[in-house]
Design a binder for this molecule. Structure first.
Ligand code: MOS
Length: 766
């Protein structure tokens, strides 16, 4: 089934925040952010700004009617700075004016006097200074200290990954409209209606039943709107609460890039020990997470780094420690993979280091150490599925032996172009690691004309969750998909939602929908049973017709629904689902945190232009464990998008903050995201249909985040191509591997400087 939004998207009729018709009298807001990364505010002068034409009010922390606090996990994040500023762009004041232009013009007239304090941008420096967001976490399996002596080879190193800008097409924004009796309705571009509602309540002092957050859909989020949609909504809510006027704020792209956090950069130490048979015996890692200036979701992201620190491998002795380090950057936040990719990069770097030191291809070590059913993860969960089937199927169906031969021949024949290949196995746990969050609700109404309305806590952000939920309802009732409509997400209809995140949205909300529909269906069948005087078990609804013992009746869906209504049987249901089986003990760091794991293996092939340092990805070939996909079109779309986003993170997206904590890559002219030209020429996706039991909706495994991590292979494929050109290159494990870094590595220790090489290149006749 096609994504149900495809037609309105193409016609431009899909409704995003900026498409919501404005209520008369709407005012427009804009946040004034700190120009300095760390310091004490001496004076804030808004008098000039207030005199600007069209300006209605300028809010500071003094105007807050509730509490000045929006921190989700740790209460360390004021909505508006009081006396201290902790990052450039930290909101200090909120200007409300008759137009956006007036609001933004007034911002330029605000004068702020800040006594600067030392700025930390490096997580290791923050850790040295004991600037930690939360105490460190350590995952232990076996005993590494004892294991080192059993190793034939031990390698150590450092691995670093940079951040990543979410670059959702729709920037952050919110629109608050006052309602009767001091209540407020907020439209927000948020992944987490409940969190946005809660932050707005805290700041205004209103109760949750007075503040409704409604979400129609988002133009992308990727984790960036899991927590960071809240501030803008709270500002609009506060302004609308004070002024009794509708207030809207949609961020400019550059405001968004400067003021919001990104994927967490990590710097990590690793130590890996192998026996003579290349089995990994011990692995030690220390992760320094660059959390930015406030906790935001960092502690949860940190946790997932630890959960995925051994990726797809079984390692009997593991010690992994992670520090969440407070720096003076915008608070970093959720981003597709949620710390998992950062953890996986480090183990892959450790394996690459071992392989390169031992003079072999990393895939030899990777393959030898793939986990098997029954193996224990460092967090105590026992694997009920395994990594090997995807890997072996990939080797076979993509004929890797031939691919390798072709690459070898190509590299032998070409001196200025080199190809590299890398394997990237992925094992990703599905569930929120915070067990409490694994709950969802669905509200289903069957109307008397036979049409069906479904409301859940799921937020549609392009990932296709509404299509999947619609399929669930249509399938349970056995009615045409056109009879079902998925309604917008609203905190008044579905309360206490978990964010649409952790790849779990379709599972949680889909199963809740299944439960609600099943309950209504059971009531309908009972009505039919009484009317037809037949046993319930003999009655079935199929394609909107009623069958008794497989024989057609003259009852159809609509007649059945009407019969139930006339008998005063409820045609509505609100169902609650909580993932069974999962639990986790944070004190012991052991438990069963995931409903199931998603596995896959990606093979990435790159061609490097060794004169320019530029590259193209020839192919990404994947065998992915779909479980039993309920919508192949949507799942393939998620995989393709995830791969390209992962490649972007690993190869071209380079966030640059200077020493003063100023974002230098603050627009699309300085921050390069993959475009159609950087998409791999071939993306082959083959499915492993695993029918082992899993807790996914219809056994269709979660697909949102896992594919991003195939992109990690892009970094290692590039490394292999560079090594083919310059075998002596000592390449640091530092992503992204931009063309500049590729070029430097290609000519490192070859006695040719980049400059000389450039001149030579310019002299080559074309
Ligand atoms: Mo997602 S990174 O779990 O919002």
């Amino acid at each position: 089934m096609k994504n149900i939004d495809s037609i309105t998207h193409i016609k431009g009729e899909s409704v995003y925040l900026d498409d919501i018709p404005l209520v008369k009298g709407t005012l427009f807001g804009a946040a004034f952010g700190s120009p300095i990364a760390h310091g004490v505010i001496r004076n804030l002068d808004i008098d000039d700004a207030l005199q600007q034409p069209g300006v209605v009010k300028i809010l500071t922390y003094k105007d807050i009617t509730g509490i000045n606090q929006i921190g989700g996990i740790v209460p360390d994040e004021p909505l508006l700075a009081e006396h201290h500023v902790h990052f450039i762009g930290m909101p200090v004041a909120f200007v409300v004016a008759e137009t956006y232009d007036a609001a933004r013009a007034a911002i330029k007239k605000i004068k702020i006097d800040i006594d600067p304090l030392p700025v930390i941008t490096d997580p290791r420096e923050a850790k040295e200074k004991n600037e930690l967001i939360v105490p460190p976490r350590t995952f232990v399996l076996g005993d590494v200290d004892e294991a080192w002596s059993k190793c034939s080879y031990v390698f150590e190193g450092i691995a670093e990954t940079n951040g990543q800008e979410h670059l959702y097409i729709e920037t952050q924004g919110a629109y608050a409209i006052p309602q009767e009796n001091a209540s407020i309705k907020i439209y927000s571009s948020t992944q987490s209606p409940r969190a946005t509602q809660q932050a707005s309540c805290k700041v205004t002092g209103l109760s949750m039943h007075q503040v409704e957050v409604e979400v129609i859909r988002l133009g992308g989020a990727f984790g960036g709107k899991e927590d960071q949609a809240n501030a803008w909504a709270a500002m609009c809510a506060l302004a609308s609460h004070l002024l009794k006027k509708p207030v809207k704020y949609s961020l400019h792209r550059m405001e968004d890039m400067v003021m919001t956090g990104k994927r967490h950069p990590y710097s990590s130490d690793f130590k890996i020990g192998l026996d003579s048979d290349l089995k990994i015996v011990a692995y030690e890692a220390t992760f320094y997470q660059n959390a930015g200036a406030a906790a935001d979701l960092s502690p949860a992201v940190l946790e997932r780094t630890l959960f995925h620190c051994t990726n797809s491998y079984y390692i009997p002795n593991v010690n992994a420690k992670a520090y969440s380090c407070r720096t003076h950057l915008p608070p970093n936040t959720a981003f597709r993979g949620f710390g998992g990719p950062q953890g996986m990069f480090v183990i892959e770097a450790a394996i690459a280091k071992a392989a390169e030191s031992l003079g072999m291809d990393a895939s030899v070590i990777q393959k030898k150490n793939l986990n098997q059913t029954g193996d224990e993860f460092p967090y105590g969960q026992i694997a009920v599925s395994e990594a090997k089937p995807c890997w072996e199927r990939a080797e076979r169906i993509y004929d890797v032996a031939t691919l390798r031969k072709e690459i070898e021949n190509f590299n032998a024949e070409n001196s200025l172009y080199k190809k590299g290949l890398a394997f990237m196995p992925v094992c990703f746990g599905i569930s929120f690691t915070n067990t409490m969050m694994n709950q969802a609700r669905a509200l289903v109404h069957v109307y008397t004309d036979g049409s069906v309305s479904v409301t859940t806590g799921a937020v549609e952000m392009g990932q296709g969750v509404n299509t999947k939920i619609l399929q669930v309802a249509a399938q349970v009732f056995s009615i045409q998909p056109g009879k079902v409509r998925i309604q917008s997400t609203s905190t008044h209809k579905i309360a206490n939602t978990s964010p649409s995140a952790a790849s779990s949205t379709a599972d949680l909300n889909g199963i809740a929908t299944m439960m609600a529909c099943t309950a209504i269906k059971e009531r309908l069948l009972k009505v039919a049973s009484e009317a037809l005087n037949e046993d319930v078990s003999s009655i079935e609804i199929k394609n909107e017709k009623l069958y008794v013992n497989g024989v057609d009746t003259d009852w159809d869906w609509q007649r059945l629904v009407m019969a139930a209504f006339l008998k005063r049987v409820s045609l509505s249901e609100h169902a609650h689902y909580a993932t069974p089986e999962i639990h986790y003990d944070k004190l012991k760091e052991k438990g069963h945190p995931f409903a199931y794991h998603v596995y896959g293996t990606g093979i990435i092939i790159v061609t490097v232009d060794c004169l320019r340092g530029t590259y193209e990805f020839d192919a990404v070939k994947v065998v992915h464990d779909f479980g039993c996909s309920m919508n192949t079109a949507i799942d393939l779309g998620q995989i393709e998008g995830g791969i390209v986003q992962g490649i972007g993170w690993m190869t071209m997206e380079e966030i640059v903050y200077d020493k003063e904590g100023k974002l230098r890559s603050n627009s699309l002219s300085t921050y390069k995201v993959p475009d159609i030209y950087s998409v791999p020429k071939i993306i082959d996706i083959d499915s492993l249909e695993s029918n082992t039991d899993n807790l996914a909706i219809f056994r269709s495994k979660a697909v949102g985040e896992p594919p991003l991590m195939y992109g990690i292979g892009a970094y290692f494929a590039l490394r292999n191509a560079i090594k083919a050109f310059n075998p002596s290159a000592q390449i640091s494990f530092s992503a992204p591997m931009t063309p500049e870094k590729v070029l430097l590595s290609l000519y490192q220790k070859k006695g040719i400087s980049i400059h000389e090489q450039t001149i030579k290149y310019m002299a080559i006749p074309s």
